[in-house]
Design a protein around this ligand. Structure first.
Ligand code: FAD
Length: 289
């Protein structure tokens, strides 16, 4: 089923993101986590595409398993920055042959040590969106950044390019993680003003390893509210306490989002079924499942 139809048909959707095994890593532990995640019946499950494209086949293999063996609609991520048009076309055809109707079209990060301005087959995700549209009737998602993408100096330019990307044929957007809901509300206001009207799904990262996450956020420029920092300072060295606090923080964020009319919630599960299950249990009466 197309995600655009799922989003239209439900009051609130809860979906999950998983990642595939890296090259030459065993499949079984990841499949076991994915299967357990599928048992809690997310509205759809997205499968990331390894940076550099090296694990692309694993992405499609997991997405195929999720949809055709576990009965959960899947969303295959696909990035283009390190790929040739032939490789992109082959990936799209493989996705199509599995009966997967949903693709998250991404540029991917510029490979470390390469010149960002070097000539490439694909420079931006919008070019991939146009390529996907040429090859089938897919529901196409894309990424967005409530705090602005790290490479873009001015937020307003980032929104101009986002509008260009959506206009190239995007059906929905999924956000980068954020820890202050006001950041999302401000972003939604600004993009709606600029005529971006497609559904925006909020990406929520439950933080279960606080110190590591705080470092990642500092590098990517994600704003850390004082309340979040206090939790990490207090519990970052106590894994069980940090996990409990991270689940509570994510639950609290999601309840506030739903209360304020956000309809799509995407949980970055990091392949941890127990974390996703705990969040869902905390929401049982709120999402009515
Ligand atoms: P784009 O939309 O192309 O934007 C990239 C930059 O270029 C931005 O700064 C934008 O403002 C600028 N830009 C866009 N168009 C133009 C233009 N015409 N002229 C000038 N500048 C322009 N990465 C992976 O490798 N695999 C994954 O599975 C993956 N999943 C993700 C899922 C989500 C929900 C998110 C938010 C990110 C994900 N990423 C993934 C990371 C993503 O690939 C990186 O953030 C990447 O740096 C940007 O990708 P994009 O698709 O947003 O790029």
């Amino acid at each position: 089923m197309k995600i655009s139809e799922i989003l239209k048909s439900k009051e609130v959707t809860i979906s999950y993101e998983v990642f595939p095994p890296k090259k030459d890593m065993p499949f079984e532990p990841i499949l076991a986590a994915v299967d357990r995640l599928c048992q809690s019946k997310p509205d759809f499950m997205s499968v990331t595409y390894g940076a550099g494209g090296g694990t692309g086949h694993n992405t499609i293999k997991i997405a195929d398993h999720v949809q055709n063996e576990m009965g959960v609609t899947s969303l295959a991520h696909l990035s283009c920055i390190s790929s040739t048009p032939q490789q992109v076309k082959a990936a799209i055809n493989e996705i199509k042959s599995c009966g997967i109707e949903n693709i998250l079209a991404l540029r991917g990060d510029i490979p470390a040590g390469t010149d960002p301005a070097a000539p490439r087959d694909y420079r931006f995700a919008s070019e991939l969106v146009r390529e996907i549209k040429k090859h089938g009737d897919f529901c196409i998602g894309a990424a967005c950044y409530p705090e602005g993408h790290v490479e873009c100096e001015h937020k307003e330019d980032d929104i101009t390019y986002l509008k260009e990307k959506v206009d190239s044929g995007v059906d929905f957007l999924t956000t980068q993680m954020f820890f202050d809901n006001n950041v999302l509300y401000n972003f939604l206001y600004r993009i709606r003003e600029r005529g971006i009207t497609v559904p925006v799904i909020a990406g929520i990262m439950p933080v279960t390893n606080g110190k590591q996450m705080a470092r990642i956020c500092q590098l990517s420029g994600t704003y850390l509210p004082a309340r979040f920092k206090a939790i990490v300072d207090k519990f970052g060295d106590k894994p069980e306490a940090m996990k409990q606090a991270g689940i509570a923080y994510a639950t609290d964020q999601i309840i506030d989002l739903i209360a304020n009319g956000v309809k799509g919630i995407h949980i970055y599960t990091m392949n941890k079924p127990d974390v996703a299950e705990s969040i869902r249990n905390n929401l049982s009466y709120i999402i009515g499942k």
